[in-house]
Write a protein that binds this ligand. Sequence first.
Ligand SMILES: Cc1cc2nc3c(=O)[nH]c(=O)nc-3n(C[C@H](O)[C@H](O)[C@H](O)COP(=O)(O)OP(=O)(O)OC[C@H]3O[C@@H](n4cnc5c(N)ncnc54)[C@H](O)[C@@H]3O)c2cc1C
Length: 404
Amino acid sequence: MSNPAPAARIASASSLFHPTEEHALLDETLRAFVEREVEPQAAEHDRSEAFNHILFRKLGDLGFLGVTIPERFGGAGLDAVAAVQLMEVLSTSDPGFGLAVLAHSILFAQNLAVNGNDEQRGRILPKASSGEWIGGMCMTEPEVGTDVIAMRTTAVREGEHYRLNGTKTFITNGGIDAETLGDVFIVYAATGERSISSFLVEKGMPGFCLGQKWTDKLGMRASFTAELVFEDVQVPVANRLGKEGEGTIHMMRNLEIERLTLAAQALGIAERCLRVMVEYASERKSFGVPIREHGQIQRHIAECFAEYRAARTYVYDTARRLSLTETGQRLDADGTKLFASQAAKRAADAAMQVLGGNGYMGEYVVQRLWRDAKLLEIGGGTLEAHHKNITKDLSRDASLLGGG
Ligand SMILES: Cc1cc2nc3c(=O)[nH]c(=O)nc-3n(C[C@H](O)[C@H](O)[C@H](O)COP(=O)(O)OP(=O)(O)OC[C@H]3O[C@@H](n4cnc5c(N)ncnc54)[C@H](O)[C@@H]3O)c2cc1C
């Protein structure tokens, strides 16, 4: 058999990224939406640190807010590849807005879809899929982040209610703006020694309120981050997800798709940075030639390109294999985020270097992407947490090294 022509080879390679026609169509639709609706507002919402609620509702109208939610609950019923596509394409333009979408559709809606019961799903997921309600997930506390199992928020059972007390912090979508609490949250709380459970806590429950609003973040400024306070909040037993003590497994399962979709955000950032630096290097001249003629500029572009391609292949290969309902897929979820987040940060840094002084200015997108990229090394698990998890998993079972 003769070797395929280069174009055919490229087309067949792209099937990893668009395994079905539906995925190819999704990519086209998302890119058109981002160009038309997301890009024109991105810089302004970064500067004003405002979450774009109107744009969020538009995504809901198109079915993107419930990308992985079963159709019977108002979602699109798609897979992990589609979730990765959504986060990747949004992040070529506005990673901050993308983070708000991720917290809502993956940390909240996908979490509820897998770990809730039919009454909870039927009551809440249609409103989450349309964007009528904005959701988030509360794990981190002022004194407990990586060491999440040591959380201090408690839920004490009293008949048909739990009494919830504690504070959660850095919660994306905790507020819609400085005055308005988000609508509904999955909150993890200790229900005993070594027992964590998950609860649905809804706006309007007495004792549940917005605490500190985290303004002046380095990046991801188009997402709203807040502290949430729970003071003797009476949460009905019917709002508990699964059985008492199952919270840790819910959390671990959801962290897998969270990490993968955060890695997808990194892909979007790296792609945009590459586009910007390649274009700029052709237009900008120094010493009588386009700067792309200089070996050091070529090194920036080529190294970032190779890393981007490696990261994208790893993320999509993992997405293709990731089940949305199983657990035990942590190794590659952590691996993709570990690699892609650092690749994105390097790409943004290289792009800024290639653009020189212009790169440092707010007028050029790379400055914003450079700030946004850093979050991916911290949120949803720090680089050090990934180091720890990967080493632990490989030490327990070296055969995992062989991959799927
Ligand atoms: C913009 C933003 C949005 C966020 N959104 C949400 C959200 O929606 N919901 C939510 O629950 N949380 C959210 N977070 C919180 C985020 O997940 C945590 O910040 C993260 O898990 C790290 O926890 P920490 O900040 O408490 O750091 P810490 O856990 O205190 O870590 C501090 C440093 O110590 C290191 N460290 C800790 N333990 C170890 C160890 N065993 N070995 C080696 N090093 C270690 C860490 O890697 C880090 O470098 C958000 C954070 C940000 C910044």
